[in-house]
Design a protein. Structure first.
Length: 452
């Protein structure tokens, strides 16, 4: 095949493909994403990374700051896609778009190379077509029959379709072709190959639902939709397929708007069945403020290298057991439990310090109000400045125990009122008597997941 379109920036030499890394060796996961919040206080259009042992609960790296930022084009990215190539190294592709002005036409994708995601080299922009349209939401897959990678992306070619260009090196690409056009507008394709079948999940713009299609060849125009429509929440897009390291599949969807919950998830034992079960939000926690990401398996050594290179957060969040879309936050100095996301998003971020009255306990210092701690006053929980008194220190100290509703989660017993626990009531925080013999609701109200 003749290669017609080249990357706009010269870089390293072509990588010669070798055997793929063995998925059985993967013991963790990495996610790439960008960030937004309702009033855009947390918007950042650089490349962010998070890691996870179970592929469900995520820890942002580098303090949730970007690990790489585009230096050409719009100098911003959306929809980053991290992909492990046949030789075991990585390529990162991303939409060339800073912010939310979706009227901008752009013929390019951002691209980086990386050995292990601890550094990024060979930054370039790849020109994918010459149309007056966008180039959004890239994904990539290995087409063994061609001996090339397919780069699939959203564009408008007389209608909203998925396009594909083929490449051996993610620098020079073939002429674009329509990859998938089922008769209605489509957006945000994600492609995976499992056995002899290529699967494509996408958003149908006519009804706003996610669907799965499949092909025995993976060739353009060969896909047939085989699932019913999927949606959780009020709106959804950006389907993201992940084969679990220990078997089974997960499908993630982005909530589309930063004012809604960032992600929803489904699970299935077999992607071929198309039978997806919505997961409970208790079971997964996306990275803070994350939007339209991608996930791939990594080894335990790669996980350790990422943590060593980029570092873990020095803050935590407290996620409610019985309202898992809500997090402990302060608002007007009142302790509350509010639905995420919100701005200021830092209101939910806490430094879990040794207890002010007893270092065996914990105290919660506000990240965006340093020197201010959660404390109870009249059994109601407030955010107050540490006045140095013994009473304040005792009021602001809690003892972490196994969760009263779930031993895998946590509960927090008051230091100076040891029969009382931190809990929410009407989404306002207070300390109340709670024990193993209390009602299920009371125990759930007093149970939280400590998560970044």
């Amino acid at each position: 095949m003749t290669l017609l379109i080249s990357a706009s920036t010269a870089g390293a030499a072509i990588v010669v493909s070798g055997p793929p890394a063995a998925s059985a060796a993967y013991g963790a996961y990495v996610m790439a994403y960008f960030t937004e919040t309702p009033q855009m206080a947390g918007a950042n259009y650089g490349l962010h990374l998070a890691v996870s042992r179970d592929g469900l609960n995520w820890t942002p790296l580098n303090g949730n700051a970007p690990v790489a930022t585009p230096t050409a084009g719009t100098r911003g990215l959306r929809d980053p896609f991290v992909y492990r190539k046949q030789d075991g190294t990585f390529v990162v592709l991303a939409t060339d778009l800073y912010g939310t002005d979706f009227s901008q036409d752009n013929q390019y994708l951002h691209a980086w190379d990386s050995t292990d995601l601890t550094s990024f080299t060979g930054y370039r922009r790849i020109r994918m077509h010459s149309l007056s349209t966008h180039t959004w939401a890239p994904t990539a897959f290995w087409d063994a029959s061609r001996g090339q990678y397919g780069i699939v992306y959203s564009a408008n070619n007389g209608g909203d379709v998925l396009m594909v260009n083929y490449t051996t090196d993610f620098r020079s690409v073939s002429a674009p072709q329509v990859f998938f056009s089922p008769g209605s507008g489509v957006l945000d394709g994600d492609v995976v190959v499992d056995g002899g079948t290529t699967y494509l999940y996408y958003k149908n713009l006519s009804n706003g639902l996610l669907y799965g299609a499949r092909s025995s060849t993976g060739a353009p125009g060969s896909f047939t939709t085989y699932t019913g429509g999927l949606r959780q929440g009020n709106a959804i897009e950006a389907p993201l397929l992940v084969k679990s390291n220990d078997g089974g599949w997960r499908l993630w969807g982005d909530s589309f708007s930063p004012v809604n919950n960032d992600y929803y998830a489904w699970s299935a034992p077999d992607i071929g069945s198309g039978a997806w079960t919505a997961m409970n939000q208790r079971d997964y926690t996306p990275p803070l403020n994350s939007k339209h990401g991608s996930i791939t398996g990594i080894t335990a050594a790669e996980y350790d290298a990422l943590v060593a290179r980029w570092g873990l957060p020095d803050w935590v969040r407290l996620k409610s057991s019985n309202y898992p879309d809500r997090y402990v936050r302060h608002a007007n100095y009142v302790g509350r439990l509010d639905a995420y996301p919100f701005d200021p998003y830092q209101d939910q971020m806490w430094r879990m310090a040794p207890g002010l009255a007893d270092p065996a306990g914990v105290s919660f210092e506000s990240v965006n109000r340093p020197g201010h701690y959660l404390r109870h006053s009249g059994f109601e929980v407030r955010l107050d400045q540490n006045d140095g008194t013994a009473t304040f220190r005792a009021d602001a100290t809690f003892h972490r125990t196994a969760g009263l509703a779930d031993a895998g989660w946590s509960s927090f017993r008051s230091h100076n009122y040891p029969a009382r626990y931190l809990r929410h009531s009407g989404f306002v925080l207070r300390i109340d008597p709670v024990s193993a013999s209390s009602s299920a609701t009371d125990r759930q109200d007093a149970t939280f997941r400590v998560t970044p």
